[in-house]
Structure formats: structure tokens, C-alpha cells
Design a protein around this ligand. Sequence first.
Ligand code: MLT
Length: 342
Amino acid sequence: MQSLPSHAGRAQRASARLGAVAAGAAFAVLAAIAGTAQAQAYPAKPITWIVPFAAGGPTDALARSIAERVAREVGQSIVIDNSPGAGGTVGAAKAARAPADGYTQLVGHMGYMGAAPALYKKLPYDPVKDFAAVFRFPDTPMVLMVRKDHPAKDVRALVDYGRAHPGKLFLSNAGMGSTSHLVAAMFASAAGMKVALVPYKGAGPALIDVIGAQVDGMFDQTNTALPQIAESKVRALAVTSAVRVPQLKDVPTLAETVLPGFEAGTWYGLYAPRGTPPAALERLQQAYLKVMADKAFSARLSAQAIQLLPPEQYTGSALARHTEAEVARWKTVAAKAGISLD
Ligand code: MLT
């Protein structure tokens, strides 16, 4: 084949390169349009949030109040799928296996998305590798409550009772590895008590049995505990936050009474299966940040002693960093408290 003169060859090669650049640019524009179209089309149908506890507990209540408002922002309903079991790990495993299409997310929290890898040797999911963090909810402090006819009138008396009756102080919880279980186990360990930890499918059913005096007490988040305390259905003995809760100003902290330095609470976040389109994550995050900027809504949360966070801590990237740090931290905490679940 006759070779082309060098200048003609250069022109042909330049023209070929120009054509490739033009084709690439056209493809990029089409991809951007498609991406924008996909982003604008999302969500095109209802979204499911898996809450891995029975309805009626603090996680369920907080998730529903946020879901209702995020749904309004994105223009699609958000359906809560209560999938309880094993302290939240059953629902978390279900979410990890869900299609990464933007239509299923997990309402996670410090138990099954933070402590679980340190507690379970065979966890059927990885809170970091199997999920993309979408946004962080505000935190909730917890209240130690006892049945209203319990002889202990304050937390010191309860610790004395627990020490005097090893294995006979029955504290209900939302399942092994749940916040209510972990905080109760750390409380008992730090106070030198042997208590009976009674698991339920969520803090909702667990609280019903404290009210019904079927068990002696429990740790529950303030958003579901406060109404029961206000109606004197249970007695609040202490809160787990570093400072007292304004709505319970006469209830001391564990730190100022029996456990100096003790502090615990529940953090939460929304997680999507790893591989969910970034446009969907971004759409949900922006909707949520708008919801949390609503002063009337955040005032409603504060009235439940829910601890609002600075806006920058609500983002998906902040939740991802927090999740990694908590998974690492719980390895030390669980070992120190001697907590293991399998
Ligand atoms: C827990 O105790 O870990 C959960 O908050 C329980 C619940 O929300 O039902």
C-alpha cells in the first residue's frame, strides 16, 4: 500500500483525533443529559426505608417523622418496612442485599451499624463496605426507667438492689446488640451488678412490659420515654447524657450519681446499599438537609430531647466518617465491657 506524504498523513491523523474528541464530547454531553434526566426522574416510585425494629420504638418513631418530611421534599412516599430481629442485624442484612437502585435504604444506628462488628463474629454484612452513607439523623440520649412500683426510688437504690439481688434485676431491651441492650450491659458492668437482660423485637414492646411491670426496667431513648414518664406510667431514675435533659431537669445523669464519666446515647443514619447511584444519594441528602433546616421541625425534635447536630454533621460524608470511627471504637468498648454476642 502506498504510504501517504508526511504532511497529508499528519492532517489525516489530526482529523481523526478531532473526530474522536468530538465524539467523546458528544458522548459526555449525552451522558450528562441522561444523568440529569435520571437525577430529575428520581425518585420515580415510592421508596422503602427498612427499620430493623418493631413499630412503636424510638428508631421507628424518629424514622417516620423524618421520612414523612423527606417524602414531601422528593415528591414520592417513603414506606417504612419494620424488619426486626437480632438487635437490628436481621434488617441490616436485608438492606445490604437489597437492589442498589435508590429505592431501598436502611435506617441505621449505633448498635447494628457501629457496635455489631465487635459483638458478632459472623455478621452477615459490613456496615462500611456494604453501604453508602446518605445522611445522619440527630442523636437521642437515653433514660433509665423502672416500673412505677419498683422499690428503688433513685438510681443509687437501684444499684444497691441489683448488687443485693444478682441476676434478679430484669432489664428489657430491643434485642442483643441494640442500644437498650448495650447501654444496660455497660451500666451493669460499670456498677458491678449481674442483671438479667431480656430481649424483645424492639424498644416499643420492651417498654410496654416495663409499664406492665412484667420486667423491672430498661434504658430507652427520650423520644419514646418522655411521654410515658410524663404520664407517670414509669419512673425515670437517670439519663445517660453528659448533662441533664431539660425536659427531665430533676432526673440526674448517671455520671453525676453512680458512674462518674459515664455517657451514652444513640446516633442514627440513613444508609443505601453500596452501588446506589450517586444522583439518588445526593437527591435524598439535599431533601433531608432542607427538612432539618426547618425551624419548626427541629423545635419539635428538641422538645423530645433529641440532640440536634451542626448541619455539616448531617451529611453522608460525615456519617461515613462517623460510622468508620464508631466501628473502630466499639472494638475497644466491647472488649472493656466484656460484651460479646456469639
Ligand atoms: C435500640 O434499643 O437499639 C432501639 O433503639 C430499639 C428501637 O428503636 O426499637
